[in-house]
Design a protein around this ligand. Structure first.
Ligand SMILES: NC(=O)c1ccc[n+]([C@@H]2O[C@H](COP(=O)([O-])OP(=O)(O)OC[C@H]3O[C@@H](n4cnc5c(N)ncnc54)[C@H](O)[C@@H]3O)[C@@H](O)[C@H]2O)c1
Length: 283
């Protein structure tokens, strides 16, 4: 025997909130490329977006189901977990990436209900997802691990952001929610480790997804992806990040962090930002 590892890196079942498009869908594609046997995309998107996200996953031969569920409604996320288990029997890797940017306005100008909404989706939604994924994972047997390594009944990756560490003017709701994701990840991880479940979070830098495009357009009347104002803002972010990032760069980190090879990584915040947060200068 050569002792070399072979076989798929992530053969289990993945459950991804916000999975219909953007970073969540990139994570699903990364799981498919690493041999996942089944993937559930959980989102509130329209049928066309769901279909596009599902086709992108199925290209790699992975069975993919779509579940329309709002992460802010406990009964809906509970149903999404149950439906996935009904189809695939278990959930090995959960990634909680449903999110919105919320209002990009100063505290004094921000509508209170809009502020509450970003907390509801990005903080309460992640907590509810984590709660019901964890309830399922602690009931199931471990996925296969190498001899001598600890069991892994499941892995949960929550989506934080560089805003879990730092902030920017006009992002009080988003920043509060992402700091909270980091906090709940640490507490949850300490509870879950004795049950053979690892919980971590990741903090992506700046990616040109529709998340920012739509909210930026609403907030400023211009597009984050187009127009001189949007381009100037992105240039500042990307200069500090070093370059433009691609969605699959986040997807691959989430998959690697989900495997039992990361057995001692617990309650960690993996920053995926090309050096943005350690860079005090714009470039
Ligand atoms: N784009 C970035 O630069 C960036 C940086 C750091 C972190 N993030 C985080 O990445 C995650 C994914 O965002 P994205 O950039 O891919 O944006 P996106 O808008 O493309 O994807 C977010 C998805 O979440 C879904 N969603 C929103 N509210 C939901 C709800 N209540 N229930 C179920 N699904 C819901 C949306 O329908 C959408 O498909 C978010 O948590 C975001 O905060 C993004």
């Amino acid at each position: 025997m050569s002792g070399l590892r072979n076989g798929p890196l992530a053969p289990g079942i993945a459950f991804i909130t916000g999975g219909a498009r953007g970073v969540g869908n990139a994570i699903a594609i990364s799981f498919a490329k690493e041999g996942s046997k089944g993937i559930a995309l959980v989102d509130i998107q329209d049928d066309a977006t769901f279909q596009e996200g599902k086709s992108a996953v199925e290209k790699y031969g992975t069975k993919c189901i779509t579940i329309h569920a709002d992460v802010t409604d406990e009964s809906q996320i509970e149903r999404a977990v149950a439906e996935t288990v009904k189809v695939f029997g278990r959930i090995d890797y959960a990634a909680n990436f449903a999110g919105i940017s919320g209002p990009l306005t100063a505290v004094v100008d921000t509508d209170t209900n809009a502020w509450r909404k970003v907390i509801e989706v990005n903080c309460v939604g992640v907590w509810l997802s984590m709660k019901h994924e964890l309830r399922q994972m602690i009931k199931q047997d471990s996925i296969e691990v190498e001899n001598g390594r600890v069991a892994q009944r499941g892995s949960i990756i929550n989506c934080a952001s560089v805003n879990s560490i730092q902030s920017g003017a006009g992002s009080s709701g988003y920043t509060a929610a992402k700091h909270a994701v980091l906090g709940m990840t640490k507490a949850g991880a300490l509870e879950a480790r004795s049950k053979d479940v690892r919980i971590n979070c990741v903090s992506p830098g700046f990616l040109r997804t529709k998340l920012l495009d739509e909210e930026f357009m609403k907030a400023t009347g211009s597009s984050m992806l187009g127009g001189p104002e949007g381009d100037a803002a992105w240039k500042t972010f990307e200069d500090r990040q070093g370059r433009q990032a691609s969605f699959d760069e986040v997807g691959d980190v989430v998959v690697l962090l989900s495997t039992p090879r990361m057995s001692l990584v617990v309650g960690h915040n993996v920053v995926i930002d090309g050096g943005f947060t350690i860079n005090e200068m714009p470039s």
